[in-house]
Design a binder for this molecule. Structure first.
Ligand code: NAP
Length: 308
């Protein structure tokens, strides 16, 4: 077999996605060919592409599968290994396909035996973003933390990581997701559609919260209003903020070795210490539907594409 099914972007035009047959990419001595079993989905999959992407370009930056072939310089993984990985900006294409090329230098981890491919594909991108945001703050036991846009893929992890550190969590999302956020450990839930959500938090957290994590884009400017004087705020989408009331604007770290953190998070999911919600799974033939759904920014937990 030399061809595979893939979801590709056909041109630089927006929304020009299609399911088509493309050649299975060749690997070099420093690359791995993965037979994809599951793909984690995010809103970034539609636009986070190399500037010089060759069309048609297979989209997708995270996946889980079985090593089909490896280059001669790859010594730490073997053919047949079950791996999960993040692999972006690869000119040979991304993960929304039956096979994907992964550079040996990418973030690649073994999947715990008890973990399914779907679970393994659902963790890396959102899990790493959550770990980076939470670890960047100086959170201590009993600190209060506000999380804006907390019922999605990243928020699901952020709530639980903060609660596990002993923080008291206030979280925002539409009302329909309040019970879900409470089930993850949020003590206070507000609906960002309510005009007085800021007051609702301030009434419960006198003086404001110790820190805030703005997950959804354009939420940092309002989130800073619930942070107490001298507190901290970080924006996962890199929103620019001006400091006020001695609040520290913590930069989101785009680089850093996250392999240990990811392995630890996957183990905690396996042990049931951290809950993972896969809202829905899709086949490659329905992948364009999930891309559309992501664009609404109203996903709960994570969506995953599974490949037989
Ligand atoms: N920096 C990084 O490394 C990195 C990595 C991955 C993703 N990201 C970015 O981070 C953002 C979040 O990613 P995600 O995967 O968690 O998204 P997601 O799963 O699509 O999250 C959607 C959630 O955000 C809530 N939401 C939507 N609009 C909101 C608003 N105006 N105010 C507050 N909450 C709102 C939704 O709540 P309701 O449905 O209840 O309204 C939903 O629960 C995306 O923009 C993504 O591109 C950054």
């Amino acid at each position: 077999m030399s061809n595979m099914k893939a979801i590709v972007k056909q041109s630089a035009e927006p929304d020009d996605f299609v399911l088509m047959q493309v050649p299975i990419p060749e690997i070099s001595e420093i690359e791995i060919l993965v037979r994809i079993k599951a793909i984690g989905v995010g809103i970034h999959d539609g636009y986070y592409l190399p500037g010089d992407a060759p069309w048609p370009y297979t989209i997708g930056i995270e996946g889980a599968g079985i090593i089909e072939k490896k280059g001669s310089n790859i010594t730490n993984f073997q053919v047949g290994d079950r791996i999960a990985f993040v692999s972006s900006m690869q000119l040979k294409g991304g993960t929304w396909a039956e096979y994907a090329v992964v550079a040996g230098s990418s973030l690649i981890v073994s999947i715990p035996e008890e973990m399914s491919f779907a679970q393994a594909a659902a963790i890396p991108v959102a899990g790493i973003a959550a770990l980076k945001a939470v670890n960047s703050l100086q959170l201590k036991k009993n600190d209060s933390l506000f999380i804006a846009g907390a019922s999605g893929a990243i928020g699901t992890f952020v709530i639980q990581l903060a609660v596990a550190q002993g923080c008291i969590v206030a979280a925002s999302a539409s009302k329909i997701n309040h019970e879900y956020m409470q089930s993850l450990g949020a003590t206070i839930t507000v609906d960002y559609h309510d005009l007085d959500w800021i007051n609702q938090i301030k009434q419960r957290m006198t003086g404001g919260v110790d820190a805030a994590i703005a997950i959804q884009p354009n939420t940092a400017i309002s989130s800073i209003n619930v942070v107490k004087d001298g507190g901290e705020i970080i924006s996962v989408s890199g929103e620019q903020l001006t400091s006020q009331r001695n609040i520290t604007i913590v930069p989101y770290p785009h680089t850093g070795d996250m392999k240990g953190g990811l392995i630890d998070l996957m183990n905690r999911v396996t042990l049931g210490e951290v809950k993972l919600l896969i809202e829905q799974t899709y086949g490659l033939d329905k992948a364009l539907e999930v891309l559309k759904k992501m664009g609404t920014r109203h996903a709960r937990g994570k969506s995953v594409i599974v490949v037989p």
